[in-house]
Design a protein around this ligand. Structure first.
Ligand SMILES: [Zn+2]
Length: 423
């Protein structure tokens, strides 16, 4: 039987399929089995994958008339997925990183000195919607040229009723106008100065007014909360997340980032889809997350930039928690590259290159409940595919800090090439 294709990527030195785990995320040693095909090929028709396998086999199945794209000496993977992004913000906090890293000023002290999150809340609220869309589209372009084809995008940098609705509307607009798919999350994140000593009141307002409106207008698929020292406590986080669920949202949580806040344990009790950071999470709470079927999301940038301590990836993977990686792009530290996240996971968190790639693809897809469509190269899946100028998947940690993505396909369309968006 011959198969029609629009194009086929052939002769890949290493084609990583990540096949076989669309129903359940990969855990433990299975995170290291990534379905490598040497001299591999993948064929695409109408935006979907129609054949995957060794080049000779795939070519033998295809009808004539397709375009061949040679990937000799290259790595081919599914489009990378970034499941934790604080997408919409204005202003710069570049000077704070210097204070934190060179002078050793702790993150929360930056806020006490008049900087930090409140400055971003103010500047973001002041930026016009048009400018915000333009600025944010540039971030998405950077993600795309680095091989990221789907992201989760959070609101949370205005933290007023109108401001959060505006942010979620902007996320919806960007989802429509940009090739990257955006999965939207309402994130109760920053606290404006007038509520700094009245967080219970702020929580009441979020629960009684913001979340019902967001739910009614179907502006967010997920609700997320900063359950963290200096932000929302356990009780406040729980109330907001329960309200999110009541109004049609599924749940995510920021947990144990700066201290052991108990966020992971709360997340397990609530059955969150993802629990993110997990830097100070004790073993017992990791076990609870395993039981609740949650995906753990590691965010190596803030440890790299200023927290200094990383999640205990080895212990957490060995405990059986499926893990994903994300950039945590935010106003505090800002790197769009999921290639770089893999480098940090390998070089700083003791993950293997295969585990890191699993975490950046199929497990990331599970953490946003999209694994039936994306995250692996399998027949029937969406043709989100990246050709990297790399011999194999270990290059993310070997030749790092630069962009290895040579061609990026989204829904079977070439959207970026040689570091530039294609028209
Ligand atoms: Zn975050």
């Amino acid at each position: 039987m011959s198969i029609e294709a629009d194009f086929a990527i052939i002769n890949a030195n290493e084609l990583v399929t990540l096949k076989g785990s669309s129903n359940k995320p990969r855990v433990k040693e299975y995170m290291r089995e990534i379905g490598i095909i040497h001299d591999g090929a993948v064929a695409v028709k109408d935006g979907k994958i129609v054949a995957v396998g060794p080049t000779r086999e795939v070519l033998g199945k295809l009808e004539k008339g397709f375009e061949s794209i040679d990937a000799s000496g290259k790595l081919v993977t599914p489009g990378l997925i970034d499941p934790h992004v604080h997408l919409i913000f204005a202003g710069s906090r570049a000077h704070e990183l210097e204070q934190m890293s060179a002078e050793g000023v702790p993150y929360l002290e930056i806020k006490e000195r008049g900087g930090g999150m409140p400055t971003t809340l103010k500047q973001t609220a002041e930026m016009s919607t048009q400018d915000t869309i333009r600025k944010t589209a540039r971030i998405l372009d950077t993600m795309l040229i680095h091989g990221t084809t789907t992201i989760e995008a959070k609101s949370g940098y205005e933290m007023t009723f109108e401001g959060e609705l505006r942010q979620l509307e902007i996320i919806q607009t960007l989802h429509k106008i940009h090739p990257i798919d955006l999965v939207s999350t309402f994130c109760a994140q920053g606290i404006t100065p007038e509520y700094e000593t009245r967080k219970d009141e702020l929580t009441d307002d979020i629960v009684d007014r913001w979340i019902p409106e967001i739910g009614k207008r179907k502006l967010a698929e997920y609700a997320d909360a900063f359950c963290e020292k200096g932000y929302f406590n356990l009780d406040q986080s729980k109330r907001m997340l329960e309200a999110g669920r009541k109004h049609g949202m599924k749940l995510r949580i920021h947990a144990d980032w700066l201290v052991h806040s108990g966020g992971a344990k709360l997340g397990a009790e609530l059955g969150v889809i993802s629990a993110d950071h997990l830097i100070f999470t004790p073993k017992a709470d990791i076990k609870a997350l395993v039981k609740s079927g949650t995906v753990g999301v590691f965010l190596p940038t803030s440890p790299f930039c200023y927290v200094g301590r990383y999640a205990k990836a080895r212990e957490i993977i060995d405990a059986g928690l499926p893990v994903a990686l994300a950039t945590d792009v935010s106003a505090a530290n800002w790197c769009e590259s999921m290639q770089m996240m893999q480098a940090l996971a390998i070089l700083r968190m003791k993950m293997t290159a295969a585990e890191a790639l699993t975490a950046a693809t199929i497990n990331a897809a599970h953490s946003i409940e999209r694994a039936h469509e994306i995250g692996s190269l399998e027949v029937g899946k969406v043709a989100d595919i990246v050709i990297f100028d790399a011999l194999d998947h270990r290059y993310f940690a070997y030749h790092y800090g630069i962009n290895l993505a040579e061609k990026v396909f989204k829904n079977g369309r070439l959207v970026a090439q040689q570091g530039r968006r294609t028209p």
